[in-house]
Structure formats: C-alpha cells, structure tokens
Design a protein around this ligand. Structure first.
Ligand code: NAD
Length: 247
C-alpha cells in the first residue's frame, strides 16, 4: 500500500490536467450510508423509491424514505478527512475539477473550489410543475412532505432520480474533463450507475491514468492503466496529501 500511495502522489504531482471523480464511498466516513457494497442501503430499501414515476405517484411514501435515507443523516454530518485532503491538495497542485455523484455538498463545505454536482444536490427542493425552488429546511422535512407554496404540488429534492436526465451543464463539463484529463482520481464509487460510470471509462479510453481508491472492488478495478489503492478514502487521501507535500 505504501508504495501505491507514493506512486499515486508522484503521478498526481506530475499531472498537467488532474481531475477527480467521487461517489458515495467518500462520504461513508461522514456517516452517510452508501447504496452498494457492505451495509449499503439497497440491502434494506427498494431502489424504486428513487424512481421519478414512483415519486409522482407516491410523494408521501417517497418523502418518508428520503428522510430516513438521507436527511436524517445529513443534518448533523460534516465533511471528513477525505474531503478535506482533496480541498487541501489545491494548495499544492493548484485548482482542479471534482466531478461528484454525491448530493451531500461536502466537497464545497470542505473547500474544494471547482465542484461539478453531476447528480444535483439534496440541499435544494424544486417544484416539477411551476419551477419554484427553495433551500431545504431540515426540521420541517423530517415530519411532512414539503409542498410548493405556489401550486401546492409536492416538492422534489433537486437531485437526479432514476428516470431523470443529468443536468446539461454538468454533463457537458464532465464529458469535457473526462476527454481531456491526463490523470483521473476515482474515489468510492461502484461504477454501476449510468451514465456516471462512463466518465472513468472515457478517461481510460483516451489514455488518462486512473488512480482508484475503494474499500472493495468496482467495475473499474481490473482495468488498465490503473493504480488501485484498496482501503478507506478517509485514510488513504490524507496519506496521499502528505506524500504530495514531500514529492
Ligand atoms: P455506490 O453506493 O454504488 O458505491 C459505493 C462505493 O463506495 C462501493 O464501491 C464501496 O465499496 C465504496 N466504499 C464504501 N465505503 C468506502 C470508503 N470509506 N472509502 C472508499 N470507498 C468506499 O455509490 P456510487 O457509485 O456513488 O453510486 C450511487 C449513487 O447514489 C450516486 O449517484 C450518488 O449520488 C448516490 N448516493 C450519494 C450519497 C451521498 O451524497 N453521500 C450517498 C449514497 C448514495
């Protein structure tokens, strides 16, 4: 592992167009459960609750699960050592884009300056009928379905449900970065959610070096060119940061 961290730090320091792609695993150390992998939420819940059609038909049921899945965890959770290490890395190698599948806002809270929220955010609510939007109010969310003050429709969290498209600006920037980066650091993602999983694949395809951090295997783990660091992001990223300071 030590050799892997040194190698990763060297590759990052020597890169010219460095970028990062993160998934739920980077926030596991903040107490936010992942969907897949050991203890993942899909062992307890049916993924149907995040389908757009299900939300339209059963907004109250959906909100009850959303409160349990995300909002009960997120209210008091904070970015962890992995988010902070990425933000601190900017002081050493300069600003770089972080494409995140996460909806928790932790990269921005930690101080990363160029975050692309590929799947949107759970901090904002929107009305699918009249385009009204507002920031979340945690206390009222945990007890009842939020409704649009203008048209009384159930508000939806402004993150991408199954059956919804990726926000066009996020898709455009993410594709551009995947096609032009020379090193992509991929952290805590199973690689099973499409089209997000195309980002590392496109980077590999155009010849970028991919460094992956994951506690287990993902769909990317056996593909080349690839440096695989097995372990927790909140342990490995601070170690890479320290190594980058001395490389
Ligand atoms: P996923 O749940 O499919 O996979 C999580 C991955 O993280 C697994 O491969 C697992 O082995 C790995 N992992 C778990 N703990 C880790 C740790 N401490 N360090 C490193 N790796 C760890 O997640 P995904 O690939 O991001 O796709 C799921 C979708 O669910 C995404 O779209 C994401 O938006 C959403 N999601 C977001 C959050 C969040 O915002 N915090 C939480 C759950 C799910």
């Amino acid at each position: 592992m030590n050799g892997g961290i040194e190698k990763a730090a060297q590759v990052i320091r020597e890169s010219h167009r460095f970028a990062v792609f993160t998934g739920a695993g980077i926030s596991a150390g903040s107490g936010i459960p992942v969907f897949r992998g050991d203890g993942g939420l899909w062992e307890q819940y049916n993924p149907q609750v995040l389908e757009l059609e299900y939300f339209f038909d059963h907004p109250d049921d959906c909100w009850k699960v959303l409160a349990e899945l995300f909002y009960a965890h997120i209210e008091h959770a904070m970015p962890n050592a992995a988010h902070h290490a990425l933000a601190d890395l900017e002081a050493i190698i300069g600003t770089f884009p972080v494409i995140t599948q996460n909806i928790d806002g932790f990269h921005q809270m930690a101080g990363s300056s160029d975050v692309i929220e590929y799947h949107g955010t759970l901090h904002q609510l929107k009305c699918l009928v009249c385009d009204y939007s507002e920031m979340i109010n945690f206390k009222s969310l945990l007890s009842l379905t939020p409704t649009c003050p203008l048209c009384k429709t159930a508000l939806k969290p402004d993150f991408v449900f199954f059956g919804e498209g990726i926000p066009p600006n996020a898709q455009f920037r993410a594709s551009d970065i995947a096609n032009s980066c020379d090193v992509l650091l991929v952290i805590g993602t199973s690689g099973e959610v499409m089209p997000a999983a195309m980002i590392p694949k496109a980077a590999m395809h155009q010849g970028a070096t991919v460094i992956e951090i994951n506690v287990g295997n993902s769909v990317f783990s056996n593909q080349e060119p690839h440096i695989f660091l097995q372990g927790k992001a909140e342990i490995i990223l601070p170690a890479i940061l320290e190594e980058c300071k001395i490389v």
